[in-house]
Ligand binder design. Structure first.
Ligand SMILES: Nc1ncnc2c1ncn2[C@@H]1O[C@H](COP(=O)(O)OP(=O)(O)O)[C@@H](O)[C@H]1O
Ligand SMILES: Nc1ccn([C@@H]2O[C@H](COP(=O)(O)O)[C@@H](O)[C@H]2O)c(=O)n1
Length: 523
């Protein structure tokens, strides 16, 4: 089943200005991110996106049922990856006080193509299609105005965009994979519009009819209906279940053709990538992997001995995991920019030192096990935001799926992302599937590869790290130790404890390893 995410999370880019009760009541919930199944990899083993998101445009007159069709397509797709529904209404232009006065008297034409900021719409759609984030405007029908806040959207496999002028602009049309026009009787459209505008947009019946006769109907005849000629499919405005089924079957076929078996390849790279430079085996030379491994001091080995032991209590595990993450983050800080700084000491003597000079720093942990590094991270670098990514394997295919992304503002906004330093936190790099996805997400947002610092307890030399390295050579990987083996098998004690997730299913485990770090830290 689909569930709706608001996109307003811990680090929402939406303004925190108080929202008027009227605005709240009439705010359309049109731009939504719908997630049912998680997002499978959208990139290949070289770390490059394999293709764009699939874009469906739904056009038709006001009240023809465009939003309804968009939502029915999502419903009929069933178990699908992330879908974004993007409404053209969000791109109505900003109005001057004079225009606002006309709008409230129903004398401003919202049905002319010029009423919509087509270049901005095309730019936002192009970003989302190219798997980048977009912060789109928010429009209020009650206030007839673009609001100060923005809505953050990211991560769609399918984008369904709808609007009366969706098929009007040639730049927009070039972005669509499938063009749909909803054809509906004018009287039905008017009846629906009357009901909707009174209920949802705070309008009077007289005002709606006035606006309809003055602008909506002529514009439909002049600008909207002619764009049906560009559509691949014409869908009726009512009783359209069969047409919707056809559209969703077509989209499902397109997505199947794009599927990529990812984790299997990463887990045993020497079988899949033999002959390609950088493919690792359990005997891969450590130097070739370019890992920043902590100096193997006796005290570090002592910490690992406790963390690896299956007889360590949870309390001890948490204490030593926190200690190890603190050491790792401290070590990783060497990649941040420091500059010379002269200070005066309390005895009045000048001393030449160094000072950190980075505007935006944040952490992003890959849940659940990345959470085990958060306390250490906060101890070393306090007062910076920490976001999270939930990446889990698909029970059927074992492919990694992105289930949730909660990113700090300095990553969500592209102009800040370019300047940000991001510490990615995860307990281990085994198949590297989750690490791969997390790095790709940061790059999609505009974070520079050389500003990503991956901090982890353990790396498997025979796992996916070599492929990760080849794809993202400029990411720094700081780890505490390197294990040799990566094998498909049962985790000791995992099945015996009757963990339903583990039952009947093999998982990739590293050896000697530290077990299920998330379970040991949290349970
Ligand atoms: N096929 C349909 N069957 C029944 N009701 C529909 C259908 N299509 C739209 N409606 C109803 O008509 C109204 C307007 O539809 P909507 O999708 O919001 O139109 P648009 O987005 O084109 O302005 C909504 O109340 C919606 O539930
Ligand atoms: N301030 C505004 C802006 C637009 N409209 C009307 O909305 C219609 C498009 O939205 P649909 O969901 O119906 O496709 C369009 O016909 C405009 O007249 C408005 O009334 N006020």
């Amino acid at each position: 089943m689909s569930s709706e995410l608001s996109g307003d999370d811990l680090t929402s880019v939406a303004s925190t200005l108080p929202v008027s009760p009227t605005r709240d009541r009439f705010q359309p919930k049109k731009n939504t991110v719908l997630v049912s199944h998680g997002r499978p990899p959208w990139y290949d083993e070289d770390g490059k996106p394999t293709g764009d998101a699939y874009v469906v445009a739904v056009s038709g007159g006001s009240g023809s049922g465009k939003t309804h069709v968009a939502r029915q397509i999502v419903k009929s797709l069933g178990s699908i990856p992330t879908v974004i529904i993007l409404s053209q209404d969000s791109f109505y232009k900003y109005h001057s006080p004079e225009e606002l006065e006309l709008a409230h008297a129903n004398k401003l034409d919202f049905d002319h193509p010029d009423a919509i900021d087509m270049p901005m719409f095309a730019a936002c759609l192009a970003d989302l299609k190219a798997c980048k984030q977009s912060n789109i405007p928010v429009y209020s029908f009650a206030e007839h105005q673009r609001l100060e806040e923005k809505k953050y959207l990211y991560g769609a496999t399918i984008i369904i965009t709808e609007g009366i002028m969706a098929l009007h602009d040639p730049v927009l049309r070039a972005l669509y994979d499938l063009k749909v026009f909803v054809q509906c009787d004018s009287d039905l459209m008017l009846a629906r519009r009357l009901q909707r505008d009174v209920k949802e947009r705070g309008r009077s019946v007289d005002g709606i009819l006035d606006q309809y006769l003055r602008f909506v109907k002529p514009s439909y005849d002049n600008f909207v209906r002619p764009t049906a000629a560009y559509a691949d499919i014409i869908v009726p405005g009512s009783n359209n279940t069969v047409a919707i089924e056809l559209i969703s079957a077509h989209i499902r076929r397109q997505l199947q053709q794009r599927a990529n078996q990812f984790r299997q390849k990463l887990a045993i790279p020497h079988l899949y990538f033999n002959g390609r430079s950088g493919a690792s085996t359990p005997d891969s030379r450590l130097e070739d992997l370019d890992l920043q491994v902590l100096p193997q001091t006796p005290q570090l080995k002592g910490i690992f001995t406790i963390l690896r032991s299956n007889s360590t209590s949870r309390q001890d595990f948490v204490f030593f995991a926190d200690r190890l993450s603190t050491i790792l983050v401290e070590h990783a800080q060497q990649y941040l920019p420091y500059f010379p700084k002269t200070i005066t000491t309390p005895v009045g003597v000048e001393s030449h030192g160094q000072i950190l000079n980075a505007k935006h720093i944040c952490g992003v942990s890959i849940l659940r096990s990345g959470g085990a590094l958060e306390r250490g991270f906060r101890r070393v670098i306090n007062d910076v935001p920490v976001g999270s990514l939930l990446v889990q394997s698909d029970a059927k295919t074992s492919e990694p799926l992105l289930l949730h992304a909660m990113l700090p503002v300095c990553v969500k906004l592209r102009h800040l992302a370019k300047e940000s330093w991001v510490f990615l936190l995860d307990a281990q790099i085994g198949t590297a599937a989750a690490a791969f996805m997390a790095i790709r997400i940061l790059l999609d947002h505009g974070v520079r590869e050389e500003r990503i610092i991956f901090v982890t307890f353990l790396v498997a030399r025979g796992g996916g790290v070599s492929v990760l390295r080849r794809a993202f050579p400029r990411v720094k990987i700081v780890c505490g130790a390197v294990d040799d083996l990566m094998q498909e098998g049962w985790l000791e004690g995992y099945r015996a404890e009757g963990n339903p997730e583990g039952l009947g299913r093999k998982i990739w485990v590293m050896q000697p390893g530290m077990g299920q770090i998330g379970d040991r830290y949290y349970l």
